[in-house]
Write a protein that binds this ligand. Structure first.
Ligand code: PMP
Length: 407
């Protein structure tokens, strides 16, 4: 049987993630990897979760080992509603405005399914979160990209593009603009309040939905939290995605969509077709955890750990990268990443072979582009390596850049 002949258009277009390919080599014990954006397992409250898991399986087995509704666990909804009110100041959340998903990744998939067709226009930031690009790509939309600056997306550029699209009579094809406003993955920047307001004003003018993806917002090291787009504009304009992956554990695979009830209803119907429901067990574990512990307090040591690792990385960059004229990086106020941009002439994917020879790994900027655009940038994630490895890894990376620069 020829598989190619049998595959659908989606099936034929599937590609292995460039990140996965590049990081295959990063698993050896001598390697230092700034690649994956996975949380430090030391931040997972494993004893608390183990105790709760035992309890809810033994005592609530008729619920936790059974199917659930597609909408998800009502107890988790109550707890989540309290948490969202607390972290975003959003009041009056109704049950039908919330849908639990298998991580935010499923929420991205659901948004693509209910909003995007082949000729839809989908606005992304550039660089973009690769997982969102992959999820949206399944619907074959036309991507438009808006450059990300040090204070968030270039809203003037967005406005100009929308004006051009409008002039061509195509504005009705623009379905949403996807943004990661806090501690962007991969660009590590945070959108200023002024830009948040401009973005909403522009989207109001052209009647475009905003997809606000905020997995990192609770991981703030410094500075004042900025109001979420959802808080500023409400459910008529914004769908907010959140997840427990970075603040509790990604292993539970619990994300949440908060949005207007008719949008949530559509997403619920799509989810029903996709997987019927999220596991009752993991939802109930999360619900009980939120009820018993104050998650905002519980994650404080984790935030301190990441802050310390981030400071170590920035200090090492300040010291070691001074020899690389024109290199720039963002000192993030939170999240898990540092985005570095090298001077013109560098190609961080071309440099990867030198990096491999020195056993240090990063994600080349090209991985975060939609059209595989060569890039002088790279994403370093500081969350996993211990601090002494961060120092050593930055030293190795400096040697990589110097050696590649001489080629
Ligand atoms: N959005 C962004 C911006 C992310 O960085 C991630 C995880 N890397 C996700 C969504 C998906 O997270 P999860 O499915 O684990 O909730």
């Amino acid at each position: 049987m020829s598989l190619e002949d049998k595959l659908s258009e989606v099936g034929r277009n599937l590609r292995s993630s460039i990140i996965r390919e590049l990081l295959k080599f990063a698993a050896s014990p001598e390697a230092i990897s700034f690649g994956g954006g996975v949380p430090d397992p030391n931040t997972f409250p494993r004893h608390e979760l183990a105790e709760i898991a035992k309890e809810v399986i033994e005592q609530d087995y008729s619920y936790t080992l059974q199917y659930n509704t597609t909408e998800g666990d009502d107890l988790l909804a109550q707890e989540m509603s309290k948490l969202l009110t607390r972290i975003y100041g959003i009041e009056g959340i109704q049950r039908d405005q919330m849908l639990f998903t298998t991580g935010s990744q499923q929420a991205l998939d659901l948004m693509a399914r209910i909003f995007l067709d082949k000729d839809s226009i989908c606005f992304m930031e550039f660089p973009a979160y690769l997982g969102a690009v992959s999820a949206f790509r399944m619907s074959f939309p036309r991507f438009e990209t808006v450059p990300v600056e040090d204070d968030g997306m270039d809203v003037d550029y967005l406005e100009r593009r929308l004006k051009e699209i409008d002039a061509k009579g195509e504005i009705c094809k623009v379905k949403f603009i996807y943004t990661v406003p806090n501690f962007h993955n991969p660009a590590s920047v945070t959108m200023s309040l002024e830009k948040r307001k401009r973005l909403i004003e522009i989207c109001n003018r052209y009647d475009i939905l905003i997809l606000e993806d905020d997995p990192y917002g609770m991981l703030r090291f410094s500075g004042e939290p900025k109001p979420s787009l959802y808080k500023l504009a409400g459910p008529d304009r914004v769908v907010l995605l959140n997840t427990f992956s970075k603040v509790l554990t990604p292993g539970l695979r619990i994300g949440v969509i908060l949005g207007r009830s008719d949008i949530v209803r559509r997403a619920t119907m799509a989810k029903q077709a996709m997987d019927l429901c999220c596991p009752s067990l993991t939802q109930r574990i999360a619900a009980r955890y939120l009820n018993r512990y104050d998650i905002v307090e519980q994650i404080k040591p984790g935030i301190e750990l990441y802050r310390s690792k981030k400071d170590t990385m920035i200090k090492a960059l300040n010291q070691d990268f001074s020899v690389i004229e024109g290199a720039k990086w963002i000192d993030p106020e939170g999240g898990l990443f540092v985005w570095i941009t090298l001077p013109q002439g560098f190609d961080t994917i071309g440099m990867f072979d030198v990096a491999k020879s020195k056993n240090v790994y990063y994600i080349p900027g090209e991985a975060f582009s939609i059209e595989k655009t060569p890039s002088t940038s790279m994403r370093l994630s500081f969350c996993l390596p211990p601090e002494e490895k961060i120092v050593e890894g930055i030293r190795r990376l400096r040697d990589v850049i110097v050696e590649y620069g001489k080629q």
